[in-house]
Design a protein around this ligand. Structure first.
Ligand code: NDP
Ligand code: 2IT
Length: 452
């Protein structure tokens, strides 16, 4: 169990992180969750302690912060703040998404970058960890304003990134449209057509399955996890939060696997469709969210189902919960509601959607729990496959990429159960499994490369 109280060496490292990084609660939380798990691996490998691998791991290799000025449609000058956290390059170039959301700050990007290090290690592909973004709010902005922002953002970012240095991608508020504008500006500034971003359009170096990958990968992981209880997705009632990229394709794969999706949400509220969201209704959601950029409330108006403003999906009865919106969206009370309603599995599509207290409750109540860094790794894994196709100058078919993604998710699941069995003597503790599985690879690589 991921104990909340840290002991010994881990406690000291955590206290130092809190002291050196004041006002960064999300970063502290991500570090704490990992420190609570990796103690047995540290005991088994004293060479890590001597080389201060953990102390180095929690310190980003480089943090870049910059001004992003742009002119809106009314001719007014706007100023945002841009960031790139280049966290760890032990096993490959920095890799991780860009988040555009008004609440973005250094704490959020450092938690995301830190998680990304171990997640990327689990994918089996050679990618280090990084994350970036800005406090720019894409909501309500015209295409022209989004383009102006993306160009200005890249005017600074371009000098820090590169196909073998740092390869950003999408995250909240960054999808195909934003990646296109950023790629165009990078190319104009550098005169290079290179694999510097992933999630590109299929016409200019993108990979098939990348848009679907996080949601599909999540369901491949949940499918493996359910086998531990001799269960399948078929016939299960599934609650999904969010209605963006991850949620949409998690819903699609759930439907394909025979599950019944009953909720979707956005930052304004949740819809509950007891009859189930089928392929046709999901097509409506995709058009609503990706093209019209509307609110999920409109789904309830169109299909005549329940809508609750300012609510989350977790009070509705479900067998499987897939939090796929944002961090800390499942707290202790939400976890209790899910458990009381008989949830059997939770798969994290978002990054750190469950608080540490919620995770502890799930594990203590025998709920299968797929932690984000394992369960949502399909997105970045397929980014890795996009980089690979760019390097060899070929494009694989949908079926080829999907089969590789499925294989990677199985491998991540197996790494988690193997590490969990070895270090927690419980192969169902995928929190310990994912943290130690990712940590061992990065730790060994850091050790081999000396004190750098
Ligand atoms: P999108 O921008 O496509 O969608 C985000 C969704 O989450 C929207 O429905 C949004 O609602 C909702 N949301 C965002 N912030 C909040 C909030 N504070 N409270 C409630 N709802 C919120 O992003 P993605 O689907 O790409 O990302 C979702 C999650 O998945 C994030 O945690 C991300 O880090 C993670 N992830 C994404 C990957 C990817 O490849 N895209 C890969 C792995 C993980 P609204 O429109 O109202 O803001
Ligand atoms: O959180 C994540 O793994 C992502 N947003 C995807 C990162 C990537 O580089 O594809």
């Amino acid at each position: 169990m991921a104990a909340i109280e840290l002991k010994g060496k881990a406690k000291g490292i955590y206290e130092n992180v809190v002291e050196k990084n004041p006002g960064q609660p999300e970063f502290h939380q991500a570090v704490k969750e990992v420190l609570a798990s990796i103690e047995p691996a540290l005991k088994a490998h004293p060479e890590f302690e001597k080389a201060k691998i953990v102390e180095r791991l929690v310190e980003p290799e480089r943090v870049i912060m910059f001004r992003v000025p742009w002119v809106d449609d009314n001719g007014e000058v706007q100023i945002n703040r841009g960031y790139r956290v280049e966290f760890n390059s032990a096993i490959g170039p920095y890799k991780g998404g860009l988040r555009l959301h008004p609440k973005v700050n250094l704490s959020i990007l450092k938690f995301l970058g830190f998680e990304q290090i171990l997640k990327n290690a689990l994918t089996t592909l050679p990618m280090g960890g990084g994350k970036g973004g800005s406090d720019f709010d894409p909501k309500g902005k015209s295409d022209n304003e989004v383009m102006k922002f993306c160009q200005s953002f890249m005017n600074e970012l371009y000098r820090h990134i590169g196909a073998d240095t740092d390869v950003p991608a999408g995250d909240i508020g960054v999808g195909g449209r934003e990646i296109g504008y950023m790629f165009g500006q990078y190319k104009k500034l550098t005169n290079k057509f290179e694999s510097v971003l992933t999630g590109k359009g299929i016409e200019y170096g993108g990979s098939l399955v990348r848009p679907e990958a996080t949601g599909y990968g999540l369901l491949y992981f949940v499918r493996e996890m359910l086998k531990l209880k001799k269960e399948t997705v078929k016939g299960k009632v599934v609650a999904i939060s969010g209605s963006g990229n991850v949620s949409q394709y998690a819903a699609q794969k759930t439907i394909q696997m025979g599950g019944k999706v009953v909720t979707l949400s956005d930052s304004a509220g949740v819809i509950h469709d007891a009859e189930g969201i089928d392929e046709n209704k999901l097509a409506y959601v995709m058009e609503l969210k990706n093209i019209k950029r509307g609110r999920i409330k409109e789904y309830a108006e169109k299909f005549g189902c329940e809508y609750e403003p300012n609510e989350k999906p977790w009070k509705f009865k479900c067998d499987i919960a897939l939090p796929s919106a944002t961090q800390n969206e499942i707290n202790k009370d939400d976890a209790k509601k899910l458990i009381n309603n008989g949830v059997i599995a939770v798969g994290e599509g978002a990054n750190m959607p469950s608080t540490i207290e919620a995770i502890d409750l799930f594990l203590a109540n025998n709920v299968l729990f797929g932690p984000a860094k394992a369960a949502n790794a399909g997105g970045v894994a397929t980014s890795g496959l996009e980089m690979c196709q760019n390097r060899i100058g070929l494009s694989w078919t949908f079926e080829e990429v999907d089969a590789k993604l499925d294989g990677i998710m199985k491998s991540i699941f197996n790494q988690c159960t193997t590490s969990a069995e070895k270090y927690a003597k419980d192969k169902t503790n995928l929190v310990v499994g994912a943290n130690i599985g990712g940590f061992m690879k990065v730790g060994k690589a850091m050790l081999a490369q000396g004190i750098v």
